[in-house]
Design a protein around this ligand. Sequence first.
Ligand SMILES: Cc1cc2nc3c(=O)[nH]c(=O)nc-3n(C[C@H](O)[C@H](O)[C@H](O)COP(=O)(O)OP(=O)(O)OC[C@H]3O[C@@H](n4cnc5c(N)ncnc54)[C@H](O)[C@@H]3O)c2cc1C
Length: 540
Amino acid sequence: MAPGEDAPLPRAPGPDAVRSISRSDDAPDEPGTVVWHRDDLRIADNPALAAAAADADRILPLFVFDPGFYDERGAACDARIEFLHDCLRDLDRQYRDVGGAGLTYGHGDPLDVLARFVDAGWEVVASATASGRYGRRRDERARERLGVRFVAGDGLVRDADRPREDWSDRVESWFAADPFDWDPRSVAVERVETGVSPDRVSDAYGVAPTKTRVPTGGRGPAKDRLRAFAERIAEYPGSISSPVDAREGTSGLSAYLRFGCLSVREVHRHVDERAPDGRGKSMYVSRLFWNRHYTQKLLDWPGWLDRAVNPVYEGFNGDRHDPDLVAAWKRGETGFPMVDASMRCLRETGWLNFRMRALCASFYFHILQQPWRIGADHFYEHLIDGDPAINYTQWQSQCGLVGRPGLRLYDPRKQVRDQDPDGEFVGRWVPELDPLPAAHLDAPEKTPLAVQREVGIEIGEAYPYPVVDYEAAREEFRERYGAVHGAAAARLGDEEIARRASLSGGVGAARSIAADHGELAEADGDDADATSQTGLDEFG
Ligand SMILES: Cc1cc2nc3c(=O)[nH]c(=O)nc-3n(C[C@H](O)[C@H](O)[C@H](O)COP(=O)(O)OP(=O)(O)OC[C@H]3O[C@@H](n4cnc5c(N)ncnc54)[C@H](O)[C@@H]3O)c2cc1C
């Protein structure tokens, strides 16, 4: 993002603006409650909104643009920022559609903005969320300094010493419970004009998305997608692994869930009630559990974003950091077509299906043997659905940093043969290989010279030779990883490490891994049938 030419945005709303709405003729002494929206950009099934509406006669829905997410510290690509802005415009409409005045936009350190309301007598309520260190500190300070009330209601377990005990049952009960509700007629929804809006923020920070095929954010588009997906859910199992089929065949709801346009529970309920029974439905519902499962992990330990969950793997691959290899991976120029096509698709569209995300993470960590966080940060920057709770925990799980037995190694050549036998995906994203017959796309460097001449491409010129010897790198990694795996498995026996790993089987499961696994056990990612992985334990 580059700053725009317009004057910088003021910190808003100013104290006068807040004071101007704090006095109401009907209730001069009771300013009301601010509903501080963050990643819950909807008015249905919203715990904070329901709590505010139950207690107050006046509410003021607020979103604060935090400069930290927009200036050089920001970690999101402009397309994700624009998607967020769509969601905010839509939230404003949602409030207006039920007769409210709309959404108030603030700009500045959220605590400073909220303090202006608190000083004028407003209470503040927000939905509790699982976040990394920054968000956690912000919320703790908001609670301590300003008395902000955080209302839980996202299905995560917060009130238990061992959150994983009976976890699935608790999440299941949450799915089955009635959504949070409020009656817009019983409360006045206020708004204050601040001069801040998503458009002005985009201008001020020079938000200029360049990605293509990015969906429009907001609850309206999310509901359309959900309805359409529920009707074709029977085709879901057959389409999740191929990167071409998955684009239309999976729900495409991840970015909407990430910003809370729909709650996970709303999606669950719709699918449960409206989708035909069958394998597609049960597989899909299991993914909604995975969403909660990985989010619970971040709630249980914020370190997932920057430290290896198993200390034995802290710094693994650090001594091999090779910026050229990392750059080749990011650009999609590794000489492995499925990895390159996926990485270019990620950069261009901000989305990849699960299997290709897992392949690229595995290739980066196991084969290129580069430090995991640089790869995870790159994903996080480019994914429209970039969710700290899922991205970083998935990265650590896929890389094998937990210390569970079984390494998820994906062979990029086999993935071409299995998932793109006609070369549609590779041809689309690596057009320089398009003239090559599909039979050579798994290993273009082995294409006979006569064929290369015939179709007019020269491997090594038009498209790179593999940047590493795949088989040798894989063996080397297995040896390096295997040499410390016993120690890593043993660390899972420590209570603290077992808790932070937050396995679906809880501390007991971590301890039995420690007891049972001193040696590396192998389970190739390719051999694992992704479509049959419906149990939480599979993804620990
Ligand atoms: C390295 C890596 C990084 C990832 N980063 C993210 C991320 O930042 N944000 C994100 O939402 N998903 C992430 N995923 C999980 C998964 O790839 C995406 O959720 C999925 O591809 C999104 O497309 P969809 O909504 O069409 O999925 P669907 O197949 O329709 O799944 C429905 C929903 O279930 C949840 N879900 C599906 N698979 C998983 C999973 N493996 N773990 C947790 N939840 C899941 C998501 O909320 C998803 O929207 C990551 C996976 C890997 C391997």
